[in-house]
Design a protein around this ligand. Structure first.
Ligand code: UGA
Length: 434
């Protein structure tokens, strides 16, 4: 199949490279000339494990190309994916669809022969109808079908998620589009993930419902963790105890400083807005968003309490800034709220993150950035594990303790065991455990 991917951002780049690896011929188009020039040189605009090798191999095999010339890439394509950004619109939390609709207009001008136009960007219910309307209005003669095919990739595990999905959701009622989509995903047959064909609107809503449910699951266990601290229970065991029930499932029950990233915060807000607009409020999701926001600030108070109630003039070392490990993404990272609260209370905040410091520098001007975890800990009155990068799982704890001003560790991801840490002489605070 000939595939054109509009948008060489996170989703477009990963999906494009994986489709090429399946054997399809893929052209990734982006309006950002600098980004395309870097991709042509083999430089990745994002950090995603394995992506550079995957891109290089498929470029070498001439299955993957990058260009700014949309008008040359759409004619002759069997499928044109729209994978542009849908940021939260300032003020109302609604997804900003201007890039999606601009993409639809440009595609319309170049359509030739039957073409499937697929929305991969996360779009509110009904956006597919609008894309179809835009194209139909500009090109009444065109032969096309608009399909919804949301992505369920996790940053840091995106290639694995793409190649071994739990399911692929495809929203279309058009039999020809269904055939094209089946052919595009045929290489997955070996792993036999279900291709779930639904109506377009159902597919659009499924994406939001999935992210909102996962955000709810995380927020639920985080609140249970707070209760565990009050009643003397252990949230790790509670999570295991409920997660082994197959109806609940053990995933996304890991406690922490609150969810962040480019998806859960944006998509929960967008779903709330859709519900309000249709007089069908999602009150559980509304509460999840409020609880999660408050949690990020509460984590700073946890650090302050561990420091004896005040941090003014104290050095606090943060390990990890990205919203989760294996990404350099700082969007809605809990570290942003934690740093703002600690610095606001007069702390001297130092931080180290293996990948995100370049991005963090401009977002956190008050922070001093360290070369590594040990520099970050040296002379600190407290060390806070904010993101559970693997390099923080096996730190030389003797060295850390010897270099700190006070051996206080606040572990917001429960990486270490309370009993071990106490035996080593740390004043150790974690989440939802004794
Ligand atoms: C999420 C979904 O997991 C993907 O399926 C979806 O495709 C994607 O959003 C999207 O809509 O594009 P992502 O944001 O990359 O993926 O990251 P997750 O691994 O889901 O983590 C999100 C946040 O939840 C992180 O801040 C993470 O630390 C937190 N989290 C996750 C927890 O606090 N506990 C958990 O048990 C799991």
């Amino acid at each position: 199949m000939n595939i054109t991917m509009i948008g060489a951002g996170y989703v477009g780049l990963v999906s494009g490279a994986c489709f090429a690896d399946f054997g399809h011929i893929v052209t990734c188009v982006d309006t950002d000339e600098g980004k395309i020039a870097r991709l042509v040189r083999g430089e990745m605009p994002i950090f995603e494990p394995g992506l550079d090798e995957l891109v290089a191999a498929n470029v070498r095999e001439k299955r993957l190309a990058f260009t700014t010339a949309l008008e040359a890439s759409v004619p002759g394509a069997d499928a044109v994916f729209i994978a542009v950004g849908t940021p939260s619109r300032r003020g109302d939390g609604f997804a900003d669809l201007s890039f999606v609709y601009a993409g639809a207009q440009k595609i319309a001008a170049c359509l030739e022969g039957f073409t499937v136009v697929i929305n991969k960007s996360t779009v509110p219910v009904g956006a597919g109808d609008e894309v179809e309307r835009i194209i139909r209005e500009l090109r009444p003669d065109a032969d096309f079908a608009v399909v919804s095919n949301p992505e369920f990739l996790r940053e840091g595990a995106a290639i694995e998620d793409f190649k071994r999905p739990d399911r692929v959701v495809i929203g279309t009622d058009d039999p020809r589009a269904r055939d094209v989509m089946s052919e595009i995903y045929r290489p997955l047959n070996l792993n036999q993930p279900p291709l779930l064909f639904t109506s377009r609107r159902t597919s659009e809503l499924t994406k939001y419902a999935a992210n909102a449910f996962l955000a709810t699951k995380i927020t639920f266990i985080n609140e249970v963790a707070d209760l565990c601290e009050k009643v003397g229970a252990d949230v790790q065991d509670v999570a295991r105890g409920i997660g082994l029930d197959k109806r609940i499932g053990g995933k996304f029950l890991h406690v922490g400083p609150g969810y962040g990233g480019s998806c859960f915060p944006k998509d929960t807000l967008a779903l709330i807005k859709i519900g309000q607009d249709h007089s069908s409020p999602l009150r559980i999701v509304e509460t999840v968003v409020a609880v999660n926001d408050a949690r990020k600030r509460a984590m700073a108070r946890k650090v302050i309490a561990a420091c004896g109630g005040a941090v003014r003039g104290k050095k606090i070392g943060l390990l990890g800034l990205a919203f989760k490990p294996n990404t350099d993404d700082m969007r809605d990272a809990p570290s942003l709220a934690i740093v703002a609260s600690l610095a606001g209370d007069g702390a001297d905040v130092h931080a180290y993150d293996p990948e995100s410091m370049a991005q963090a520098r401009s977002l956190m001007p008050e922070v001093t950035f360290a070369e590594n975890a040990y520099d970050c800990a040296a002379g600190a009155d407290a060390l806070v594990i904010v993101t559970e990068w693997d390099v923080f799982r096996a730190l030389d704890l003797e060295r850390i303790k010897g270099s700190m001003r006070a051996p206080v560790v606040v572990d917001l991801r429960n990486v270490y065991r309370p009993a071990d840490m106490r035996k080593r002489g740390f004043a150790y605070v974690s989440v939802g455990r004794e």
